[in-house]
Design a protein around this ligand. Sequence first.
Ligand SMILES: [Zn+2]
Ligand SMILES: [Zn+2]
Length: 89
Amino acid sequence: MPVCLVHIDRPAVTQCKTCFRPLCSKCVIRHGRETFCSVQCVDGLMQSSGKIGHHLLHQRQDRQESAQTRAAVLFLVSLIALLFVLLVL
Ligand SMILES: [Zn+2]
Ligand SMILES: [Zn+2]
């Protein structure tokens, strides 16, 4: 049975969601459905999940840009093909 790192005489009831430190019922900080050892760890998880969200948003933007580039290239290729056909005929 793991014990709390601060109160070594108390059994750990859960662990921190961010740093996985064992926590007793006195030390636990609840945030929503998750448990944390400190406000720093709450912030840490919020920041990392925020970063993931931003990263996904960025990826989506990149994908949109490459789709636009592909459309532009396709347009140029078809324009050149059209000019080629006009010149040959
Ligand atoms: Zn922690
Ligand atoms: Zn404790």
